[in-house]
Design a protein around this ligand. Structure first.
Ligand code: AMP
Ligand code: ZN
Length: 295
């Protein structure tokens, strides 16, 4: 079984519609596909229609934007992504929170364009025209216009340039604290799993410069808040990170997932490049109470 539990569509910053994504996943031999757009469940209905009768299963999910504050220091909040598998789409708290994040993301992207306009030929009209109605707005939508205008060859180059989080054009957006994100997803019946927890260059939820006991303590605290697992098999986790996270997962009995984080042509990630074992997938199914797989 090929199980790829983290993908994006045009409902957030992916390049393909839910229907196109399902078609590509079938062509790639995927059996179970997690649909996890940023801060929205908008793609579920179309994916349900597209997957019906194909033999593949779509796991309705979300990638919730959260933030972590460095304890005791004045540094900017760090953005952390929390995957939630099989939430109840009618859960009031989740609906309210995702609407708030999306609204702040819209406003924040406009502010970023205002800053960029000083040095680049770009307008909010151009950027917003390219964001599908209701989609979660993100920096990749600005990248698209900068690429179209020949400033950068691809999204990664734009992110290494003016779109980087520590650059002069960046504007942060509202997101709930990680503990609150875990609580909301748990209350919505979802299984909360930390996305790509150990990426090179930037710390995730836990400061990985700490010693092993402190790192374990940090993850233990998240487990006590309801965190159920770690996305270890992901191209952005460093090799050293995967080893550290593997030990943490074993110690804390975390569910371990793997996925592509597919964004269509907007990122080099290929469907099925990392996968989740059947055993770990069944742990997610057993723990989720909010919704059912789409078949
Ligand atoms: P934002 O949601 O506006 O903070 O933008 C972050 C999103 O942009 C991430 O969730 C990724 O989907 C995407 N992203 C981040 N870094 C890169 C990169 N280097 N290349 C392509 N996409 C990226
Ligand atoms: Zn993602």
């Amino acid at each position: 079984m090929q199980i790829d539990l983290h993908t994006h569509t045009t409902c957030s910053d992916g390049a393909d519609s839910p229907t196109e994504l399902v078609g590509e996943a079938l062509a790639a031999g995927i059996d179970v596909l997690g649909l996890s757009d940023h801060d929205t469940l908008a793609g579920w209905a179309e994916a349900a229609e597209a997957v019906a009768g194909t033999g593949m299963a779509v796991i309705p999910a979300i990638e919730l934007s959260c933030q972590v504050l460095e304890p005791g220091s004045g540094v900017l909040p760090r953005s952390v992504h929390l995957l939630g598998y099989l939430p109840d789409p009618q859960h009031a708290g989740l609906k309210e929170q995702t609407a708030k994040i999306r609204s702040h993301r819209d406003h924040r992207l406009q502010l970023m364009v205002e800053k960029l306009r000083v040095d680049f030929d770009i307008t909010w009209e151009e950027v917003s025209a390219h964001i599908p109605q209701g989609a979660t707005a993100g920096r990749p939508h600005i990248a698209h216009i900068l690429i179209e205008k020949g400033y950068f060859p691809d999204t990664s180059a734009a992110f290494a340039g003016p779109l980087r989080a520590d650059g002069p054009y960046h504007v942060p957006h509202y997101a709930p604290r990680l503990a609150e994100g875990i609580r909301i997803l748990s209350e919505a019946g979802a299984v909360p799993i930390l996305a790509h927890p150990y990426t090179g260059g930037r710390s995730g939820a836990i400061d990985h410069q700490l010693d092993a006991a402190e790192i374990l303590g940090g993850y233990r605290a998240l487990a006590e808040q309801g965190l159920a697992g770690l996305e270890i098999h992901h191209r952005e986790n460093t090799q050293e990170g995967k080893e550290v996270l593997g030990l943490v997962a074993k110690e804390l009995n975390f569910i371990v997932t793997g996925s592509s984080d597919f964004h269509g042509s907007k990122k080099p990630n290929a469907l099925g490049e990392n996968t989740t074992t059947e055993e770990e997938f069944h742990r997610i199914l057993a723990a989720a109470t909010g919704s059912e797989p789409l078949r």
